[in-house]
Design a protein around this ligand. Sequence first.
Ligand SMILES: *Cc1c(COP(=O)(O)O)cnc(C)c1O
Length: 689
Amino acid sequence: MTVELTPTIDISQETQLSHYPNSEISRPSWTIEDSEKLYRIQGWGEPYFSINAAGHVTVSPKGDRGGSLDLLELVEALKQRNLGLPLLIRFSDILEDRIERLNACFAKAIARYKYGDAYQGVYPVKCNQNRHLVEDLVRFGEPYQFGLEAGSKPELMIALATLKTPNSLLICNGYKDREYIETALLATRLGHKPVIVLEQLEEVQLVIDIAAQLAIEPVVGVRAKLTTKGTGRWGESTGDRAKFGLTIPEIISCVDQLRNAGMLNSLQLLHFHIGSQISAISVIKDAIREASQIYVELKNLGANMQYLDVGGGLAIDYDGSKTNFHASKNYNMQNYANDIVAEVKEACEARQLPVPVLISESGRAIASHQSVLIFDVLNTSDVLPGEPTPIQEKEHLIIRNLWETYRTINVENYQEAYHDAIQFNEEAKSLFNLGYLSLTQRARAEQLYWSCCEKILQIVRTQDYVPDDLEDLEKIMASIYYVNLSVFQSVPDSWAINQLFPIMPIHRLDEEPTRRGILADLTCDSDGKINQFIDLRDVKSVLELHPLRQVGERDTEREKKQPKTSNPKSMSVAAQSTIQNPKSKEPYYLGLFLAGAYQEIMGNLHNLFGDTNTVHIQLTPRGYEIEHVVKGDTVTEVLGYVQYDAEDLVESIRRRTEQALQENRITLEESQRLLQNYEQSLSSYTYLY
Ligand SMILES: *Cc1c(COP(=O)(O)O)cnc(C)c1O
């Protein structure tokens, strides 16, 4: 190999050689603070998630009130209990903390603005209908008379069975038929406080009739279509043409119908919902202002107004940037409560009317933090060409050109070199197609091309400004991390609407993540991947990850202490280490956070990967306790969803092996093995153990 002599003497290397014979120190090493910054864990995770001195993610389920668990230790303990990955871990204490926070924020705002009435929230069941979760919510909400919101008949069934808190509200939204309305009204007899929110004009007469038949005086609300538009992803669900709610003329007609039926006294609530994840506080303020005016006007029209229900929309800061970006929000929970309380008070005071009880239907803000999805990396595929072998004189011109490009790449010419490399690589392909280049030569050209890209990328990463045409380089060079997960099942919104969730390794955070990767799931669908990650500004197309390593490799690596920026030499070492024996690979766990809202229920059985294992963890003075274990789907169960009967399947395989045996196409041993595997697979988890 030819070494180019550069005029400058590498002092660091000299020092290293003379003073640190084992090349132990001399470069700044990666710290957990670097990981905190990189993965923005404080931005989205506080006060529940952080990193401990061992470089593991910790969970503090009670927020600031102490007590924390090492997530890696927890996962390993759960694995020992035969709970395979992917694993959804729920922290009931986080749920409790969220409920407390929301109520505390409203209590504080009410005190601050001397608001003359109370806040009485409800949890929208649609956000996460899991029984254990809804039951927990009802229990934790009891001190605040927290109620439930149902958006459909099945959700009403859940709410009726679960809600036990005296005086809590049961808000009945969604499209309603006779059965829905009857059931809701009859619930009054059980001590519930249902509010039937009219969303369609046709529902008015239905409610009037059924109330008369049952002789139950209903509490009725109207859902207003506001002109205030939500922003971002869900912005379309509001405004004049929104799917839900009554326009102003419809509300007036509704008031008339109720008045004519002598039931205007029943109209007590105004509801609106401008969409979920409202990132901008200005949008929330506009909506409250508009709704407050409608509220006071309804009161003036003679309705017996008591409640203002501001719906959902309270956002989550998924990327921790505190901006009005769709994955973030430019306000906190206290700002939200303050603005609602202040705006409503002002509107009522201006007309000298008493203020209403305030209701919010915050789902995302309550349920997102409580669950963490842990999954493991099965394998990686990397583009790590390493340092190419030097050029031989007789090599093809195109290869020599690529080599020359590679050799001369520097900070000054890297952009030009990139275009050259692309062009030479294209030319190499054409030459091959025309028969002028052998397969081996083409391979050599391609490898040189990747070596150029790698070298250029190393330079690009040190630059503050990246020219547009080089922006994709990181993506092109990204490693693929194959993960034991189905995006469609566990994070459908990541696929369906490109929603961002914080994802990061839960250990090795005291080590520099030297790879850049995207995640590919187990399904055969090319959409089954995650290639958008949170970033301070906008979105990242690759995630910083650690190379997988062999069991026992950790100790040797610690001794070596990797250099901070990898040079071509260490790259070729890395390239070798990717050829691994899967048996001795050390587990590498990733966590996906803040996905406790909306993800679980919308999951679909793509490639028949079913529900994941779920555990409920509660903090105890001594550590933690597993409250519930909900085993994920078995293969038999998911096959049942698509109408295959396990016994029939086994029987059909048995008959075929029997026939093969008769015809001597299979040995007795093989046939037993096949049947045994088949039966065992049917009763196992759909994911890879
Ligand atoms: C979905 C929904 C909610 C919950 O919204 P979040 O943004 O999750 O708080 C509340 N009310 C209604 C009517 C909804 O449809």
